[in-house]
Design a protein around this ligand. Structure first.
Ligand code: ATP
Ligand code: MG
Length: 566
């Protein structure tokens, strides 16, 4: 279950924890947390952090908290809180009764801020955001002290309390830590601790009009909860000295911040800001659009929690950023579904075939294997009759050399049924497109077996026209045409890399009747077409809607072969 449990995924974080346990740090306790900001839906990058944090807790018999990092009231919503909880449970993890909100600590954080002011380690600054930026210096140039740097402790306490009381407008004053304006690390140049925001908060309502910054919240929240190892992504490495400085100066329990490389996937974006843009500007149909790398999108597309955990386990935990091939994620799902998914026949783009020498009203039940990988899945029956559908692309009137499927005068096998031979093509008068084939069948080839050793070069799937059920099928490809869609020239919009053909909707597909009454969440293979799942939103009893989860072709295996790998 845990994504860090297998020996293949022992990682540098485990080495650090092992060392801490050996030294009896924290009395050998391991306590982690997953700290999402409720400003969007979780994506597969977050799943990496979830599996890591909850997985480490499992591996070390420790605990993992869920903590909503809700310090920015302008962007946060309850809808996101609920979706995040749902997604974590879906992945297979549970925080038991340890659900926390950073906003629960606003009173304590305020006390901590007062403590720093009293120590002469924080001051109220009247500079505007712009002025603060301008006096901050650069990587090569030190910053300059704020003119308010030397305010007395009494004045600072008075002003900070008045900030809290709502006496000043947004942006007119901030509370800053008094550290060092010439520090090499820009995060240490008197960073802002509190800003005025006359905005209601989704949990604390109008109680506060000053809100702590992320940096002034995160480490203290870790400390309050007794977190031993605070695991975050690499961009926080430069914030670690500040994380430590606050805990040290406030003088509370110190958790240890450890950074790891975030997950990046090709052909998609993993940034809530960008995902929100795609959703709000309607490039996709909501946060759970099956083309998105959000957990709700992947779930709707048909990905399973096990396949996602397997994928994260395989890529492991690193200290350097890289881009992972999305083909590996698809490979993990394919491997799982190959073993578990039942096979069915479905014709996505139907072409009518009349078997002229087949008795008019006869119906035969053909025997079919449910899953060749799993004999215990047994057999089923599929009705066969005089009029059937085959896949439009399985017929060519004037086939090129390498096309082995049906063509005029040619014989092929219908899977589990008969050999048929194409005798006549009926075409649309206007377009010249074939609209119906007339074929004959060989009664001696029942079950699709050759009666006399003669060979056919291909086997086609089919459904009986009268017995099949109608369905909509949605086929997906990458949402972006470029491997790294965010890599754009200045002035160019990353959204110009959106693939205009990422969704293809087929509305008159025909399925074998055994697929009647399938419910959302149902997974199966359509023979020769890929793995599919019933759409959880748009599917109805009258007309099911299927999403193609992945095709049958495994791009990952091909990539590995080309690289000379396994
Ligand atoms: P985004 O950049 O997508 O907006 P975020 O870091 O702002 O993500 P948070 O809600 O703050 O989103 O993230 C919660 C946790 O998930 C953090 O600990 C963060 O480091 C981690 N996380 C976010 N994105 C990734 C990723 N791509 N890979 C691994 N961990 C991630
Ligand atoms: Mg973040």
């Amino acid at each position: 279950m845990s994504s860090t449990g297998s020996p293949s995924s022992s990682n540098f974080i485990k080495n650090i924890i092992d060392e801490d346990i050996k030294n009896n740090k924290n009395n050998g306790r391991v306590h982690t947390r997953f700290p999402p900001e409720p400003n969007g839906y979780l994506h597969i990058g977050h799943a990496k952090s979830i599996c890591l944090n909850f997985g480490l807790a499992e591996d070390y018999n420790g605990l993992c908290n869920l903590r909503f990092d809700d310090t920015n009231p302008t962007r946060e919503e309850v809808e996101y809180v609920e979706s995040i909880k749902n997604d974590i449970r879906w992945l297979g993890f549970d925080w038991d009764d340890r659900l926390y909100y950073a906003s629960d600590y606003f009173d304590t954080l305020f006390e901590y801020a007062v403590r720093l002011i009293k120590k002469g380690k924080a001051y109220v600054c009247d500079l505007s955001a712009q002025e603060i930026r301008e006096t901050r210096g650069t990587l090569t140039k030190p910053g300059t002290n704020s003119p308010y740097h030397n305010r007395s402790i009494e004045e600072n306490l008075d002003l900070f309390k008045r900030m809290r009381a709502g006496e000043f407008e947004d942006g007119h004053r901030v509370l800053r830590a008094k550290i060092d304006m010439s520090a090499g690390n820009l995060n240490m140049r008197d960073p802002v601790m509190y800003r005025i925001l006359m905005t209601s908060h989704h949990r604390t309502g109008d109680k506060w009009c000053i809100y702590p910054t992320y940096d002034f919240t995160h480490g203290q929240s870790d400390s309050i909860e007794g977190i031993t190892h605070s695991i975050c992504t690499l961009e926080f490495e430069d914030h670690r000295p500040l994380y430590d400085w606050y805990l040290n100066e406030i003088d509370i329990q110190r958790s240890r911040q450890i950074e790891f490389a975030q997950l990046n996937l090709n052909y998609t974006v993993l940034s809530k800001r960008k995902l929100r843009e795609l959703v709000e500007e309607e490039y996709v149909n909501g946060w759970n659009d099956p083309r998105l790398p959000t957990l709700s999108g992947l779930r709707r597309r048909g990905f399973t929690p096990a396949s996602i955990r397997k994928f994260l386990d395989l890529i492991g935990i690193a200290k350097r950023d890289s881009i992972v091939d999305i083909a590996l994620l698809e490979h993990c799902l394919r491997e799982e579904l190959n073993l578990s998914a039942l096979r069915y026949m479905a014709v996505l783009r139907p072409l009518k075939v009349v078997i002229t020498n087949y008795p008019e009203d006869s119906v035969e039940e053909m025997e079919a294997v449910n899953n060749p990988e799993d004999p215990s899945a047994g057999m089923r029956h599929i009705p066969f009759s005089k009029v059937i559908y085959i896949e439009r692309e399985d017929f060519m009137e004037d086939p090129p050399k390498k096309f082995y499927r049906l063509a005029p005068g040619r014989e092929v096998r219908l899977r589990y049924a008969y050999f048929i031979k194409c005798e006549k093509v009926i075409k649309d008068k206007k377009t010249g497109e074939p609209i119906e084939l007339h074929c004959t069948y060989d009664p001696a080839s029942r079950g699709g077996n050759s009666p006399d050793g003669r060979k056919v070069k291909s086997t086609l799937h089919w459904v009986s026209a009268a017995h099949s059920i109608e369905a909509e099928v949605r086929l997906y490809s990458h949402l972006f045409t470029k491997e790294n869609p965010s890599d754009v020239e200045e002035g160019e919009d990353w959204k110009s890399n959106i693939n205009p053909d990422s969704l293809e909707v087929l509305t008159s597909c025909r399925l074998e009747p055994n697929l009647k009454d399938v419910k959302p969440g149902f997974h199966c293979q359509f023979e020769r077409q890929g793995y599919f799942t019933v759409d959880s939103i748009d599917s109805t009893d009258r007309k099911p809607v299927f999403n193609r989860t992945v095709t049958l072709r495994d791009a990952w295996v091909r990539i590995q072969k080309r690289a000379g790998g396994k």
